[in-house]
Design a protein around this ligand. Structure first.
Ligand code: FES
Length: 265
């Protein structure tokens, strides 16, 4: 082997690592966290049940936009563009692949799953199990560069989720009303926007490729705002996984009749 820890010039150390702290804890927790979300989201997306509360117009984000005749009556906020779907196609099939692509290619998630799942590298000063390393210079990882395009689609999906959250201010008698479900839906949308706008691609779109910020005061102002969010990108990445699960879970519990929505108005 001539690469990695066996490359010429690297110290010859027989042990995988000389670290004595619990360096494995962080990658383990990351793997468990990501796996929990993936399993939950996959089960829910393919379940096709309890995603719409007709009384209050709550729609789970995993099923939005719902655009087929298979969708529950009332949940097709943008119309039914497709006929009945076979059971193996999730109701949210239009947005889910793009959202998955957006998160998979996200700079933070890349770091998280490269270190935890792929173990490249597992941790600082811990030899990785792979004999060769080509980074993101070759297929398939070079495809991570499409992240900037997923960003635009994620913006559109955030707009759709915002519309869903607004439509949900509904009372069964007609007119305005809101309950705990609205607070959860709105909180989720706010966090989704914060995550989306804190994206590294967004920061580059706002202020990248400029030679003189002083000549572009508006873009400079946008860049400073995005930069403030950008330093919290990791926290927002995890928080939004939590708010997505919480929102879907709450809608599922109310839609299935397991709990009643706590109404304020
Ligand atoms: Fe994480 Fe773009 S870098 S969403």
């Amino acid at each position: 082997m001539t690469a990695g820890i066996s490359a010429p010039g690297r110290a010859r150390i027989a042990e995988r690592t000389l670290r004595t702290d619990r360096w494995w804890l962080s990658p383990l927790l990351t793997t468990l966290g990501l796996a929990t979300f993936v399993v939950y989201a996959t089960i829910r997306a393919f379940s096709g049940v309890s995603y719409w509360v007709n009384d209050y117009h709550y729609l789970s984000p995993f099923f939005s936009p719902c655009v087929s005749t298979s969708c529950a009556p009332g949940s097709t906020h943008f119309g039914a563009w497709f006929g009945d779907l076979p059971g193996w196609i999730p109701m949210g099939f239009l947005a889910l692949p793009f959202l998955l692509g957006f998160r998979l290619t996200c700079y933070y998630y890349r770091k998280a799953y490269y270190r935890s799942v792929w173990q490249s590298p597992t941790a600082c000063a811990v030899a990785e199990p792979h004999a060769r390393y080509s980074g993101e210079t070759k297929f398939p990882l070079i495809l991570q560069n499409v992240h900037r395009y997923f960003f635009y689609v994620a913006g559109v999906v955030s707009l759709i989720n915002t519309y869903d959250a607004i439509v949900a201010f509904h009372s069964p008698e007609g007119g305005f009303g809101f309950g705990l479900g609205n607070v959860i839906l709105l909180g989720n949308v706010i966090m989704l926007w914060a995550y989306t706008l804190s994206c590294h691609s967004c920061r580059h779109i706002a202020g990248g490729r400029l030679k003189h910020f002083s000549a572009h005061p508006v873009r400079y102002r946008l860049w400073t705002w995005v930069s403030k969010l950008n330093v919290r990108h990791m926290q927002l990445a995890w928080t939004t996984l939590g708010t997505l699960v919480l929102t879907d879970l709450y809608v599922m519990l109310v839609a299935s009749g397991a709990i009643s929505d706590l109404r304020f108005v």
